[in-house]
Design a protein around this ligand. Structure first.
Ligand SMILES: Cc1ncc(COP(=O)(O)O)c(C=O)c1O
Length: 468
């Protein structure tokens, strides 16, 4: 027998988000070995710049080979490390965080807590801020993993801030207030708002107005603001990206120590550097109490010293990092253009976006009815017949059926091209089927009305009805 927590459904393994991955694993696409297999478009991985990272490793063999200045540092890395992390790594990490934000803001390495990815950072932060039963407000649609990361082991609750397509899923004051009131009505104590900026799954950045709205809201309600900024390095187009930490430096907030201490960032190297397997993430907080508690908690998910050592070498090569950041953005931009124009050819529209590794696709016109059951039906058809694993909006708690997250940076150009061809063929076949149906229906309607006409004529004795 295992514990209730371990055996409950808190992981969300049976959500369509994770089920799609399972289906993919059963029949993965391979260009030569399995060309009819399923193409994985449900995984926000960035595989576009491995050539750059690999050539850096070739040119800089020391960090990966347990040496420094020609001498072995194996023992130093293999022995016990405390949970504060390697100083050279933290120094390099905060500089990299500044670079991603155009050097408009600096970060203090003492405020940084290292964790095994953003998954661990988010859970650790919620553990530090919320008691079981406390609520976090999250704008919808949101990253499906949050149900696991924020709630499962901490016992915290998520209350949705309902955003809608009518304004491009922007966060509004009424939606924030409604979510807050809903939480109170459910008897929950609201501990904070958590946003992703850039957004997963929307691929959009928060506007300055939205950040100001959020800061005003958390300030007046005396709660926390968590900004998950793990996609900060994926902003490939305007409008300009603003981190909440930059906005906090404005005159209005700069002396509000209380508020400054209630704003926290989550970051990781999983998305912009494409290194989710290295498990490198961090919490950045201006509150020393949170930093201290999170540092102790981080014992449960440390980054190995070997990984920190390797990445300290990489991140402190500022010239390379500068080049990497802009080249990564350039490649993401061209991928994004490729998918958006390919979908457009199939008559499919995407939410206008400027960041992320995915696009938020509007398939409402392909639903039989505007319901989540129809969304599931369409999703199954796309997974099993078209052989594309995409994520339905319902798995992201979207309030409107018919939206899907489609990833574009985890495959080769040719694979994306094939995926787009499959979608186009599917949409065309569906349209033909519908028009065939409607022609058949029209024929049926015509013979039905003839029949009705005859019936009514028969019933009228020798009276001839008026022609219509
Ligand atoms: C918004 C967001 N936060 C956190 C994570 C988890 O990232 P990591 O691989 O660093 O744990 C993801 C992964 O997709 C994400 O999209």
């Amino acid at each position: 027998m295992v514990s209730q927590l371990a055996s409950n459904n808190g992981h969300g393994q049976d959500s369509s988000y994770f089920l799609g991955w399972e289906e993919y694993d059963k029949n993965p696409f391979h260009e030569s070995d399995n060309p009819n297999g399923m193409i994985q478009m449900g995984l926000a991985e960035n595989q576009l710049c491995f050539d750059l990272l690999e050539s850096w490793l070739t040119n800089n063999p020391e960090p990966a080979s347990f040496t420094r200045d020609g001498k072995s540092n194996f023992k130093h890395l293999a022995l016990f490390q405390d949970y504060h992390g390697l100083p050279e790594f933290k120094n390099a990490f905060v500089k990299y965080m500044s670079m991603l934000r155009g050097d408009n803001v600096t970060f203090d390495p003492d405020n940084l807590v290292l964790t095994a990815g953003a998954t661990s950072a988010n859970e650790t932060l919620i553990f530090c801020l919320a008691d079981p039963g406390d609520a976090l407000l999250l704008p919808t649609p949101y990253y499906p993993g949050f149900d696991r990361d924020l709630k499962w082991r901490t016992g915290a609750e998520i209350v949705p801030i309902q955003c809608s397509s009518s304004n491009g899923f922007k966060i509004t004051k009424p939606a924030l207030e409604e979510a807050y009131d809903n939480a109170i009505r459910q008897g929950l104590k609201v501990k904070g708002v958590l946003v992703t900026n850039p957004s997963n799954p929307l691929g959009t950045t928060l506007s300055k107005d939205e950040i100001t709205l959020l800061l005003n809201f958390v300030s007046s309600n005396n709660i926390h603001l968590i900004s998950d900024e793990i996609y900060a390095g994926t902003v490939f187009n305007g409008p300009d990206y603003t981190s909440v930490m930059e906005t906090l430096m404005e005159k209005k907030w700069a002396n509000d120590k209380d508020l400054i201490q209630r704003v926290h960032i989550v970051t990781s190297l999983s998305k912009d550097l494409g290194l989710p397997g290295f498990r490198v993430g961090a919490i950045y907080s201006n509150d020393p109490v949170v930093v201290s508690a999170a540092t102790k908690m981080s014992s449960f998910g440390l980054i190995s010293a070997q990984t920190q050592h390797l990445l300290a070498g990489l991140l402190s090569d500022l010239k390379f990092m500068d080049y990497y950041i802009s080249e990564n953005q350039r490649r993401l931009n061209s991928r994004h253009q490729m998918i958006v124009s390919g979908l457009k050819k199939a008559g499919i529209r995407c939410l206008e976006s400027n960041s992320g590794l995915f696009t938020w696709v509007d398939l409402r016109h392909l639903l039989k009815s505007q319901t989540f059951d129809s969304e599931m039906e369409l999703w199954k058809e796309i997974v099993y017949s078209v052989k594309l694993n995409i994520s339905p909006g319902s798995s992201c708690h979207c309030s409107e059926p018919g939206w899907f997250r489609v990833c574009f940076a985890n495959m080769a150009d040719d694979t994306l091209e094939l995926a787009l061809q499959r979608i186009e063929a599917y949409v065309e076949a569906k349209a033909n089927k519908n028009s065939h149906h409607s022609k058949r229906n029209a024929r049926r309607m015509r013979s039905l009305s003839k029949w009705v006409f005859r019936l009514s004529f028969d019933g009228m004795g020798d009276k001839v009805p008026e022609e219509r």
